[in-house]
Ligand binder design. Structure first.
Ligand code: PBG
Length: 328
């Protein structure tokens, strides 16, 4: 044998010297769920070890994240049922929960990069990302509201808006409204390749945002989120979003879509984020609870795999936990 590959695996010293992909807290963005009230830290039933926070406790959480080296959060709000309607009216309330959450984080830690979810589902009485008429999720009227929502987040102090709605033309509409209002430095992280995935279930529990089961309401999001069978379409969607002004693009979910991550890495030259979604988190938790998998090892293996596939950073519910593991 002229080549013996095991030589480079002999011990940890040589393995670490030739290691290709590494995860560090610099790679993590922490999604955070916010609720109305005070003194609230509520565990999400289908996401063991993950919580919804009221604004006061959100501040502590953000400080802890920063102390662990996590420099970005992605905010989501759980909206009270009485504030939901078909047009997402509450989404553009300058004093809404999201707008107050943005301010709370920026007041606590101005350096923390605050990104905000832009989509109507938490605000929609029907649990859809846009406005519904005659059983259809309308595109252009939804984009109009979503652009106003993005502006409202920018006004509250968001560093980046993160549209997760998958309507056509929303990035351009958001870029335009931000420019017109002199928010030249507000970034857009586009959920550009977001699939109609069954892995979002626990997230919809967390925000009580699942599509409602009623006549004339689409029971899934397949008319706007992408078909899991498609690969070329992800490149098309993403290139369009970059043309329309996206600063960062995203693939979501993570693990089942790592081929897409690599396709994009080879085809675009803007940063790529990957969202390791709620179902991916909960699967690991459930298997570990049963004693079937080594929790910590699987967490690090998956995060590393996402990095290796081409992610520049990862939105993950393991952000805080993995940052602590890395400190050991
Ligand atoms: C809503 C939104 C979803 C997620 C992020 N933003 C759910 C959905 O599209 O139904 C999923 C995140 C997760 O599962 O962790 N637009």
């Amino acid at each position: 044998m002229l080549k013996r590959n095991r030589r480079l695996r002999t011990n940890e010293a040589i393995r670490s010297l030739v290691r290709e992909s590494l995860v560090t807290p610099d790679d993590f963005q922490a999604p955070l769920f916010v609720v109305e009230g005070s003194g609230i830290k509520q565990e999400i039933a289908s996401m063991p070890g993950y919580y919804r926070y009221s604004l006061d406790l959100l501040k502590n959480e953000v400080q802890e994240l920063w102390s662990l080296g996590i420099k970005s959060v992605l905010l989501f709000v759980k909206v009270e049922a009485k504030l939901k309607d078909n047009r997402g009216t509450e989404a553009i309330n300058p004093n809404g929960l999201m707008q107050r959450a943005i301010k709370a984080v920026k007041e606590t830690l101005p350096e923390m990069i605050v990104m905000t979810d832009v989509a109507l589902d938490p605000y929609s009485e029907f649990g859809h990302d846009g406005i519904i008429e005659n059983g259809e999720v309308l595109n252009d009227p939804s984009v109009e509201v979503l652009a106003k929502m993005a502006l409202s987040h920018a006004e509250a102090g968001a560093d980046f808006v993160a549209p997760s709605d998958m309507m056509d033309g929303r990035i351009l509409a958001m870029r335009n409204i931000l420019e017109q209002n002199s928010f030249f430095n507000t970034g857009i992280m586009s959920y550009s390749a977001k699939y109609a995935s069954a892995f979002y279930g626990p997230f919809r529990d967390a925000l009580d945002s699942a599509p409602v089961d009623a006549q004339d309401i689409p029971k899934d999001k397949k008319t706007y989120q992408m078909d899991p069978s498609n690969r070329d379409e992800a490149i098309r969607e993403t290139l369009m979003d970059i043309d329309e002004g996206a600063d960062i693009v995203m693939v979501k979910p993570g693990l089942c879509y790592l081929d897409i991550v690599r396709d994009l890495k080879n085809n675009v030259n803007v940063p790529i984020s990957v969202y390791q979604v709620s179902g991916e988190y909960s699967m690991i938790k459930a298997a570990a609870e049963k004693g079937w998998l080594d929790h910590d090892a699987v967490v690090m293996e998956q995060l590393t795999a996402i990095k290796r596939a081409g992610a520049d950073f990862i939105s993950t519910y393991f952000a805080k936990y993995a940052a602590k593991l890395l400190q050991r």
